[in-house]
Design a protein around this ligand. Structure first.
Ligand SMILES: [Zn+2]
Ligand SMILES: [Zn+2]
Length: 1014
């Protein structure tokens, strides 16, 4: 059985007959089921994690479609942003923004546009091949003008509500990409176990403490970022904490008493203890003098301030404050009016001389007031390491401090530090201007909206996602980059006033609009050419677009409306059932990415959530639990797995191996096991059915009023229970449970129903019992094909079309056009199912006892001894004794109450819970010959198959052996003939043309031959 090959033919049949389109349009009268596709970026090959997400995206809408819902699914492609730019930079060998601007933004963006769909074919091929049904012909693409226009409209709505602002704040900044990142992007790039310096630095007080002799006195501060020291303008202490003054090497050192041990300063003489507040206001000498500009009345820099954020848990209890390079530092700088000193450029390169401004000055500079700046500095030192990247400057700064006696101790530390999620440069916290969306203004609505969303797994709701909303910060959404949706804000060159543009028409209708080149492209640099007149009365200035583009997560988060070019087209979108989504699905990293941006934009615009149910997938690791990466060479190429084992096998693995939210270790072996363990088991049941149904010319539904056997009733009961279970699981967004239930049923169907029904199919007369068996197995297989359709759409189709299509021409021609099965609860018999479970359990324990004793099931035994849990179970087993005897190939069933009786020698036992099953291990001569006869039958049947006979062929059997063999063949002749369809058993040399084999059974040699009768 070659599953991949069958799938390929199913696939081309689907495409030839438009089955996906028909499956959708056939339900156009039904209620809508809305799915939003989280758009991938097609500028690289799809990985196995994309397959995982895509099969989970597929299974749920397929299910609802079969339930009668109208569920169109539109593909989408994310085309903007850093990932795309970086790929092009890599191709061109660029390392900085200067390279891009030198090359030309127009040429650079043209390459981005080209690159972004470079792997589109590969993505489409993968998507089709795994059976992910969505409309690839009419996708939404985030770089289309129409898409951008809706994004502009969304920003304008926020602007009009006062929710967009430009802030001068410390933001996480990638020095290589030269842009701010949002907090969700930062969350993507933390690395553990990063080595950094851990240094204790001495800041010399201008004057010693009055209570002590006049010796050099130092405040001891701790930092892991020496490059921020030239930006230092204050030291903060905890006002309520106790500080100690130690005498060390004829100097005084001051630090928090609680941290003496941690700073390895125990044992030194403490000459004084004081409260932190006593230190406030002391002045110290800067490590590096900056060129500071201040207003009259501004307090001087380089003093001790108090801070409620100062901890006495680590460091020294004295915190070095560089307002330009830390969020807290910046805030305290505003409060204390500390100069903001930049000693590093935006590209992370250390300046020659640090320059700084007090807040009163830089605010005036931001307002672009003309200032006559007066430099404070008399003698300036250049910074060690200038011209170098900050991390490379660190050791040079430390060397310099050491040579000046200001470095108390230098060590290394391993900690967690954020890196750029795309280029892996270490992020710098950097004070600068960035555009923000005031998401904190709608925090209550964000939190309340989350109450309405169903998360699978549930813990994400108030865990990872809920926490994220609770700790909401304004969305830093501008990017100082090139390939993205341009921020639609124009600023007057003359008066500085700003205007936000919400549509192309609005822009074109502005007074003095100019610079338009057709065809219109809303990207940089063309959009930067578009100017208009300042609307302020009396201002003669020109409005020019600000240089920034926006976070690409804003693009993808706007897809519920932007994919429809709302409100310029589809203006009924919010009321006509296409909003919100019933279902979305991505991996857990999107909690702070797409899931958040969807939720934030929808809340900001419409004050309601835009998705109701979300499956949040766990990360996928390699078989050893390592993250997959190109560098490690452990990336799994999905198409090779699919070509080997088939898409259904991979899908089944994705659904059933572990619940969707778990972290999973991907191993090809686990996928390889699926066809062996499950698909083939089902296929073999199907083949068994087809083989005999063809021999008997069985027509489904024939046979009139049938009297189903106990076994038939049992399997139909199990089948209806299965329908109810699978329906419930899929309705609850749990394909894992649905798949596992189906697998359990197929196992019982194969190993119990079919195995125990075999003789009913073999027998020669076409009686009511045989027809009942056929109809029952047919019903099971057809129902399974429908239950499996959302999960393994290829195999389901193959089964359905062969079982139904060939017999009922009026039935839907595809399983995906049928309705999902409905359980008939009147056919569910809980008692019968429990009874059968009991027989199965006793049989399985009996087989375990046999295998322990090394006695094959083919060898008949006198009895089996059973201990059960309750008297009711004993009554049940008494009634079902024939099944147990048959299953275990024993002559009698006996019950015992006491387990100790079974411990006797001569018995093999097996037990589970209250159940114990024992078999006698002694075999009489009579039983041994019966066992031998069964073994001979087994060999003959295998030979029939090897010889290529049809199951119904009649044969002659030849045998040659000793006296014992001859006796067994004689004694069991009728049995052997019946089982092997032998007309006669001939003692002698096989006739010419017979298929022969030599066997050795229980130390007896035997030659067997089989010949088909003409
Ligand atoms: Zn970067
Ligand atoms: Zn103006």
């Amino acid at each position: 059985m070659n599953f991949p090959q069958v799938e390929e033919s199913v696939l081309s049949w689907w495409e030839k007959h438009n089955v996906f389109e028909r499956s959708v349009s056939a339900r156009s009268g039904g209620s809508r089921f809305v799915f939003y596709e989280g758009p991938p970026t097609a500028n690289g090959s799809p990985g196995i994690h994309h397959v995982l997400a895509r099969v989970f995206k597929d299974v749920i809408p397929r299910y609802w479609t079969m339930k009668g819902y109208y569920a169109p699914r539109i593909a989408g492609w994310d085309t903007h942003g850093l990932p795309v730019e970086l790929e092009v930079e890599r191709e061109l060998g660029f390392s900085s923004k200067a390279d891009i601007e030198g090359y030309g933004i127009d040429k650079f963006n043209a390459r981005c546009r080209q690159s972004v769909l470079g792997y589109l074919r590969e993505w489409e091929t993968m998507t089709r091949r795994i059976g992910f049904w969505l409309d690839l012909e009419h996708p939404y693409v985030t770089m289309d003008n129409k898409y951008i226009e809706t994004v502009w409209w969304a920003i304008k709505q926020m602007w009009d509500k006062g929710l967009v602002y430009q802030g001068y704040k410390v933001t996480p900044h990638c020095p290589r990409c030269g842009t701010s990142l949002s907090s969700h992007e930062v969350a993507l790039g933390y690395q553990d176990n990063v080595e950094d310096p851990s240094v204790y630095v001495k800041f010399k007080l201008v004057k010693g403490l009055p209570s002590l002799p006049d010796k050099p006195t130092y405040l001891l501060a701790w930092t892991t970022t020496p490059w921020t020291l030239p930006g230092n303008t204050a030291l903060a202490i905890a006002p309520e904490a106790e500080y100690s003054v130690l005498e060390v090497d004829d100097e005084y050192l001051i630090l928090a008493s609680a941290l003496l041990k941690q700073a390895k300063l125990e044992g030194y003489e403490i000459v004084e203890r004081m409260k932190g507040s006593d230190l406030v206001g002391l002045h110290y000498e800067p490590l590096y003098k900056a060129d500071i500009f201040s207003s009259k009345g501004d307090k001087p820099a380089y003093r001790v301030i108090e801070g409620d954020f100062v901890s006495t848990e680590d460091g020294t209890g004295i915190v070095h404050i560089a307002p330009a390079y830390g969020e807290i530092d910046f805030e305290v700088g505003e409060k204390e009016n500390l100069p903001l000193v930049h000693s590093v450029n935006l590209d992370g390169i250390v300046k020659r001389l640090p320059t700084g401004y007090t807040p009163s000055i830089y605010r005036r500079m931001l307002r672009e007031e003309a200032l006559a700046l007066v430099s404070s500095a008399k003698e300036l030192q250049s910074i060690p390491g200038y011209g170098k990247f900050v991390k490379d400057a660190d050791p040079l700064i430390l060397d310099d401090l050491r040579s000046r006696g200001l470095l108390f101790r230098s060590e290394k530390i391993r900690h967690t530090y954020p890196f750029c999620w795309r280029c892996e440069a270490p992020l710098l916290y950097y004070a600068k201007q960035t555009w923000y969306i005031r998401t904190t203004a709608v925090k209550e609505a964000l939190v309340a909206g989350n109450d309405e969303i169903n998360w699978y797994p549930e813990h994400i709701k108030y865990g990872r996602f809920g926490d994220w909303l609770q700790n909401n910060v304004d969305w830093a959404f501008s990017r100082e980059r090139y390939w993205g949706t341009p921020l639609p804000i124009w600023r007057c060159e003359s008066c500085g006033s700003c205007d936000c543009v919400g549509s192309v028409n609005e822009l074109k209708s502005k007074a003095g609009f100019s610079g338009l080149k057709e065809p219109l492209d809303l990207h940089r640099p063309f959009v930067d050419e578009l100017t208009f007149d300042c609307p302020k009365p009396k201002c003669q200035g020109k409005m020019r677009r600000v240089p920034e583009v926006i976070d690409c997560w804003f693009d993808s988060g706007a897809m519920p409306i932007a994919q429809y070019h709302y409100p310029f087209e589809n203006d009924t979108l919010l009321e006509d059932g296409r909003f919100p989504a019933d279902y979305i699905c991505e991996a857990v990293d999107q909690t702070r990415g797409w899931f958040y941006s969807l939720h934030a934009i929808s809340t900001l615009l419409f004050n309601r959530p835009c998705f109701r149910n979300v499956i949040c997938l766990g990360h996928i690791l390699d078989a050893k639990g390592e993250k997959m990466s190109k560098a490690k060479g452990n990336v799994v190429e999905p198409m090779s797995v699919i070509n080997k084992y088939g898409a259904d096998a991979l899908r089944w693995y994705c659904f059933t191996a572990s619940p969707p939210g778990n972290v999973r270790r991907f191993s090809e072996d686990a996928v390889a096991e699926v066809p062996r363990r499950f698909l083939l088991m089902l296929w073999n049941v199907y083949s068994f059915f087809v083989t005999y149904a063809n021999i008997d010319h069985f027509i489904p539904g024939s046979g009139g009023a049938l009297e189903p056997s106990e076994l038939d009733k049992w399997v139909i009961s199990e089948l209806n229970q299965l329908i109810a279970d699978v329906d419930g699981a899929l309705e609850a967004y749990n394909p894992t449970e649905a798949g596992r239930k189906i697998e359990g049923f197929v196992n019982d169907l194969s190993n119990w129903y079919v195995r125990r029904s075999r003789r009913r199919f073999w027998k020669s007369e076409n009686d009511a019992d045989k027809l009942s068996a056929y109809n029952t197995l047919y019903e099971c297989l057809v129902t399974l094909s429908k239950l499996l359709a959302p999960l393994t759409p290829f195999l389901a189709e193959e089964l359905y079309r062969n079982l139904v299509g060939s017999v009922f021409p009026e039935a839907p021609d595809s399983v995906h056009l049928t309705d999902f099965p409905v359980a008939d609860v009147t056919k569910i018999d809980g008692r019968l199912m429990a009874d059968t479970r009991l027989v199965m359990k006793i049989s399985s324990l009996g087989r375990a006892a046999r295998s322990q004793a090394g006695i094959k099931v083919r060898q008949p035994l006198t009895k089996v001894i059973v201990k059960v849990g309750t008297s009711q179970e004993m009554t049940t087993l008494e009634r079902l004794t024939p099944q147990v005897l048959d299953e275990l190939n024993v002559k009698n069933l006996e019950f015992v109450d006491n387990v100790t009786e079974l411990g006797k020698p001569g018995y093999a036992t097996s037990s589970e819970g209250a159940y114990v099953v024992a078999i006698p291990t002694e075999i009489s001569a009579e039983l041994a010959s019966e066992g031998l006869a069964r073994e001979i039958v087994h060999r003959l049947q295998t030979m029939r198959r090897s010889a290529g006979f049809d199951i119904a062929d009649r044969i002659v059997t030849y045998y040659q052996g000793g006296a014992y063999i001859r006796r067994v063949m004689g004694d069991f002749a009728d049995y052997i003939k019946r089982e092997t369809l032998s007309r006669e058993l001939v003692d002698g040399v096989p006739q010419e043309g017979a298929f022969t084999e030599s066997h050795r059974l229980d130390d007896y040699d035997l030659l067997l031959g089989v010949k088909r009768l003409g």
